[in-house]
Design a protein around this ligand. Structure first.
Ligand code: CA
Length: 377
């Protein structure tokens, strides 16, 4: 029966196998239509791929190898390109001659029960074509291999006990199938997602990206990490990651030994290069400002203040306007002896113990002496 030897694919993702089973496989992946299951034999290997053009599935490519040699020129005639209909046929005879008529692959009966691919196993049994074949691999082995290899990368070694890569390999293969640009770009999302889910499950994925594969650019001198603390250390919050309970995530992080300069927003620097901020002004390390009896120096992003040996001043002006050591100003009227200041702590160095005499007349207030009284803060 001549029909028993023909495998076809047509129209809307339809296939019929050598054994006559019909099925649909609505994907635009690259598929092996048929090849010998024994990978050491290179008699033939026919691959095809569909694509959508104006929402119509059409054939994008056929790749045909006979005896290990690509013979596309023999079998790539496409008629009605852009429409549902196409016409390609490879007739593989023992002499490895192929010719072009409708979209069929015809192989000699000597290959019975030896074929793998969408055209089935050619064992003469129509039903359960692919179930009989065990875990038949629908996909192009090279795509599977690339995805499997990436997901099995040592960078994910502590993910494999947490997450099975199987579903990700499948998703990755689909990515590659549907990819219209370079393969590497298309599978990055799925590999990244594997990395994220691994981190979420408590794993610590290492960096699997390279400049050539899914590389990520970061601003300033930040670097991309697969597993960094989402609480970032900065000049103004240098221990942010220490008190962080969040699981790690991928993103741009400062290199080890540096923190992000969130004051000047200009990248990562060693802590000892961190500037400080005071009253809206930025100070570089080593710069200082003075405040009441203190000198503060910027050091490692923090103010380091020392007390100064400075006098506290209490003053009386105009006889009745008094300003205390701590700067409170008030008016006081009275015609008596008053203690302006005295030492109350016995161990305190006795600097002054002065009683002054306010002389208050009817029309004015004056003081017998103008006194400045000093004490240590
Ligand atoms: Ca079969």
């Amino acid at each position: 029966n001549h029909n028993m030897q023909v495998c076809s694919t047509w129209g809307n993702f339809h296939f019929s196998t050598f054994d006559g089973q019909f099925f649909q496989l609505p994907y635009t992946c690259n598929y092996i239509l048929t090849t010998l299951c024994d990978s050491t034999k290179t008699d033939f290997n026919i691959q095809m791929r569909r694509q959508y053009i104006n929402n119509l599935p059409t054939i994008r490519s056929f790749t045909i190898k006979i005896d290990g040699v690509v013979v596309n020129e023999c079998c790539t005639l496409v008629i009605g390109y852009g429409a549902i209909h196409f016409c390609i046929v490879c007739k593989l005879y023992e002499s490895s001659v192929c010719c072009i008529t409708p979209a069929q692959v015809e192989i000699p009966t000597k290959y019975r029960n030896q074929t793998c691919g969408l055209c089935g196993d050619f064992n003469g049994v129509k039903d359960n074509e692919f179930i009989e074949n065990g875990d038949f691999d629908f996909f192009h082995p090279s795509q599977n291999y690339l995805c499997e290899q990436l997901l099995s990368d040592p960078a994910f070694s502590n993910c494999h006990r947490l997450l099975s890569i199987e579903a990700f390999v499948e998703a990755c293969v689909r990515d590659v199938c549907q990819c219209n640009s370079s393969q590497a770009l298309c599978l990055c999302d799925t590999i990244s997602e594997f990395s994220r889910q691994c981190a979420h499950a408590g794993g610590k994925p290492q960096n699997w990206r390279t400049n050539y594969l899914c590389g990520k650019e970061c601003p300033f001198n930040l670097e991309h990490k697969e597993c960094g603390s989402p609480c970032k250390d900065t000049c103004s919050n240098q221990e942010g990651s220490l008190v962080c309970n969040e699981h790690c995530s991928d993103g741009c992080f400062c290199p080890a030994g540096t923190v992000f300069n969130d004051i000047e927003e200009n990248g990562c620097i060693p802590v000892n290069k961190c500037p400080c901020i005071h009253n809206g002004r930025i100070y570089q390390p080593g710069e200082s400002y003075n405040r009441t009896c203190q000198k503060c120096v910027c050091s490692e992003g923090r103010w380091s203040c020392v007390n100064l040996d400075c006098p506290g001043t209490c003053s009386i002006q105009g006889g009745s306007h008094i300003t205390t050591y701590d700067g409170k100003a008030y008016n006081f009227h009275g015609n008596c002896y008053y203690v302006l200041s005295k030492v109350t702590i016995p161990t305190f160095v006795k600097l002054c113990n002065i009683i002054t005499n306010f002389i208050i007349s009817e029309t004015s207030v004056s003081i017998s002496k103008y006194l400045m009284v000093y004490g240590h803060m």
